[in-house]
Design a binder for this molecule. Structure first.
Ligand code: FAD
Ligand code: FO1
Length: 458
């Protein structure tokens, strides 16, 4: 495919020029972080189109950091296995893959110099660590740098240039733009230009020893990592669970969700590929309901983390919520648990314990239960700040799909009314939407859920 053909597909709204230095010659390097895949990856598509135009070599680099938020060895294991598959895919297309050990700010500049890189391409990530990496490296690197939103269907900066109040304000903007952006991807082609020296083979066997992470937590892996497993999960979802999604998705006893979140989190599959595949099945109430979650809710989370730097703290809540929670700061708590009691699912509430139990046992919690789970942490901890810290720590330590904008937005929705409205006032919650076990019992068979995942006292 000629560079021009590529450019027919590439919508330049997906790119953001971080550094506009003149291209000095040399190879094109895609520093992969969020979107860990070869297929359907706009950052790689852009990098290859530039390399073809410049008749330059194309390579990918991944910086393996010793720790990453509350990620455990379980999460790193899932990620590393997926990356090895992507390395094989890339090398089959004559695209080199290099694995560096260390913080990007420490190891990337020397690598780019040694590999005679002339253009850096990265994948957009709205989280604090990625913004810090970008701010620290911008003054150091002397080559052009282009960031591509390879995660969202409508690029986060195109959908909106400010924090949206909720799904209801972002949805019309996405609706208007989706016809332009929900399009087919060009294939990655075998790259015709090779580097002067082949990159060092990735030392996968040394990776584990470079990590400084919690080896304690794990849970039984509920799914295989990597691009092929992600594509298989999509096919299985479409064949078996999509038809019942609209009616069954909020029932944690039924297996009705897609189970795609770990693959979306690690970028093993593109949301755009999922949307194209679901749309191909024809429009049904279930496809509409699924795309609302997978496009609107997910892109709303990136919008929240992109435009609200306090996305993981009390300060990030809307004013009405902060005022209301402050007025109820000293309300009596019916129960007050420490982090360890929550972590070990040792509350008085068997339903809450079952939700924590599901996460401990499987590394994932059903979407409906996550709302109940987080709201009860607000109700049974000493302050909204303590609740945020506990919910985020547990979510990022035990959820395979944790450490993600969806998590910070989901927890801020549950505890701080982000993307929600005020409800009638009650102790501790103030005007934050309330949930209780009776409400759950009206929706699904609580006994069945508790008998499957229950651990704590009845
Ligand atoms: P499906 O129902 O099949 O949805 C498909 C995809 O749509 C999901 O993978 C996700 O990308 C998106 N999606 C669905 N619901 C939401 C939502 N409410 N907000 C944003 N995107 C959504 N999601 C994570 O990816 N990581 C997290 O750490 C996380 N923590 C959460 C914590 C709380 C307190 C809450 C209320 C929600 C959280 N979510 C999180 C969002 C949602 O619960 C999960 O994305 C979903 O349950 C994952 O399972 P699934 O892929 O089978 O979901
Ligand atoms: N991104 C990196 O660039 N390097 C890492 O070593 C790394 C480790 C990691 C571990 C767990 C996890 O959930 C994410 C991790 N990420 C890493 C980031 C990930 O690729 C995404 O960029 C973020 O999670 C944002 O969604």
């Amino acid at each position: 495919m000629s560079p021009r053909a590529f450019l027919k597909y590439m919508n330049f709204q997906r790119t953001n020029h971080v550094k506009k230095d003149a291209y000095p010659g040399g190879g094109v390097v895609y520093w992969m972080s969020r979107d860990q895949r070869m297929a359907d990856n706009w950052a790689l598509v852009y990098a290859q189109s530039q390399a073809l135009e410049k008749k330059a070599a194309l390579s990918v680099v991944f910086c393996l950091t010793p720790r990453f938020l509350d990620a455990t060895q379980h999460h790193y294991g899932f990620m590393l296995k997926g990356l090895q598959e992507t390395e094989r895919n890339l090398e089959s297309m004559n695209i080199g893959f290099t694995l560096l050990f260390g913080e990007p700010t420490a190891v990337l500049p020397a690598f780019l110099t040694e590999s005679n890189a002339g253009l850096l391409v990265t994948d957009m990530n709205p989280l604090r660590h990625a913004r810090h990496w970008q701010r620290s490296l911008t003054p150091i690197l002397g080559i052009p740098w282009v960031e591509v939103d390879a995660h969202n269907i409508v690029p986060v900066w195109t959908a909106s240039q400010k924090q949206e109040y909720g799904a209801y304000t972002l949805r019309p903007k996405l609706r208007r733009l989706l016809p332009e952006y929900l399009a087919e991807f060009p294939p990655i082609i075998r790259h015709p230009f090779s580097p002067a020296t082949a990159p060092q083979p990735a030392a996968w066997d040394r990776a584990a020893a470079t990590l400084r992470v919690d080896m304690r937590t794990g849970g039984s892996p509920v799914c295989e990592p990597g691009e092929a497993a992600a594509a298989a999960m999509l096919r299985e979802f479409i064949a078996r669970r999509l038809p019942g999604y609209e009616t069954d998705r909020n029932d944690p006893v039924l297996d009705a969700q897609s189970h795609l979140s770990p693959y979306l989190h690690f970028g093993h599959i593109a949301a755009q590929r999922i949307a194209l595949a679901v749309e191909e099945q024809g429009e049904t109430p279930s496809s509409t309901s699924f795309l609302e979650e997978m496009i609107v809710r997910r892109e709303l989370s990136d919008n929240f983390c992109m435009y609200n730097e306090q996305y993981d703290t009390f300060d990030g809540f809307p004013t009405w919520a902060k005022l209301s929670l402050n007025q109820h700061r000293n309300d009596e708590r019916t129960h007050h648990y420490a982090l360890e009691q929550f972590e070990r699912a040792e509350t008085h509430d068997r339903l809450w314990n079952a939700a924590q139990g599901e996460m401990l046992a499987t590394g994932r919690m059903h979407g409906y239960m996550r709302m109940y789970w987080a709201k009860k942490i607000l109700e049974w901890s000493g302050s909204p700040e303590e609740a945020m810290a506990i919910a985020i720590h547990l979510n990022d330590t035990y959820e395979l799909d944790g450490r993600d904008p969806n998590g910070y937005a989901g927890i801020a929705w549950s505890i701080g009314g982000v993307h929600d409205r005020a409800w009638f006032e009650r102790p501790v919650y103030g005007k934050i939407r309330y949930m209780n076990a009776n409400g759950c019992a009206r929706k699904f068979n609580v006994d069945a859920y508790c008998s499957r995942f229950g651990t704590g006292p009845l």
